[in-house]
Design a protein around this ligand. Sequence first.
Ligand code: ATP
Ligand code: MG
Length: 403
Amino acid sequence: MLPTLILFSLAILCLLVWGLRQRVLIRRLLHPLHSQHGQNLRALASARSERDGLLNAFPDAFLIADAQGIIQHCNQAARKLLGPVSPTGRTVLEALGDARLAAPYLACRNTGEPSAAQILLPAEAAPARSQDPGSGESVWLVDASPVAQADAAPHIRILLRDLSAEHQLEQIRKDFVANASHELRTPITLVDGYLETFLEAPELLDDRPTALRFLGIMRKHTGRITRIIEDMLLISRIESGDASTLRMEDFELTECVQDIIDRLESLIRSQNATVVIQLHEPSVTLHGDRFYWTQILFNLIENALKQNPKPGLQVTIHSEARGGGLAVAVIDNGIGIPAADLPFIFKRFYRVEKHHSQNEIKGTGLGLSIVKRAIEAHGGRITCQSAPGVRTSFEITLPEQEV
Ligand code: ATP
Ligand code: MG
């Protein structure tokens, strides 16, 4: 009995040892497969994160929809624009939120061909988190294109780019061309008319008072033409970098302002306005190019006056020492500038049109862009705050070394 037991135990021991060896062998055999699988997973994860990194670097919203129109993938810009709910897992129409934006995608899906369009949306239809919702209409480039899949129906890649800023600039340029040509044509036509009168009726030249009156009117209109052309030249001079050759000198702020007030005397009188100089010291010295400073303060004071033809206007030129530097403000109590227009008033050719008829108020919308560039050329900054009808203030701040 005992030898049988011993034999049986030995057999079990052998089996155990054999089993153990087999497991070790199997593990050794499978090990390369396991590590290969692990490497594959790591390579896949790294390729995915590289792809996501690349797509996230795109400023445009990027979406991939499957054949059923469900968004399978999107980049950060798309999540930011179309949020707060992530577009992934939603239909293209749900995610874009407006059938007009989805039109190129649908065309691409129906024809299998790429499709792109520029779409103009009213303010209320702009995608959830576009840059500046509520600031007016927005323009979008939507570009859809099929992406071939190895063993499935093609997916569709959608690209969404906000073109609103370019659109607005284009609009402003168009308005400028219309404004500038109108501004130039009106005085030229008038001068031409008077010259024609003299040529057709030379005897008028013998009527001295009439001739002088006509010449005076012609002079006024040529002055206007000169002003527009000077503004255009000045702005292109500042923008071409000539401002680096500013002729710096010390001059009295009061003297400069007084010169401007003298030049604007007839406008001040006709508007029945009051201009107050309120400086923190009897003598405030500015260090800068007097020519540019005259342009800056002339534009600001003239704007305050001409935008406010109603009597009772007060324009204040105020100065104070600030943080070692200087702050100079031109303040008025007139019609003001609506909050929605404030971000744009320093842009070239921009004019506020909603609150007063700009047809009656002359200007090309170049003044404030000249003001801003000239102040920046002096190392300063300009900001505007406006409570319409109460207080509108254009404030210039200059750093210490520039004073
Ligand atoms: P330009 O100065 O070239 O003759 P402009 O005066 O129309 O033309 P800007 O000086 O650039 O152009 O001013 C831009 C716009 O800002 C003006 O058309 C006006 O609508 C608005 N604006 C500027 N200053 C004032 C102000 N003090 N009060 C009300 N609106 C103002
Ligand atoms: Mg102006």
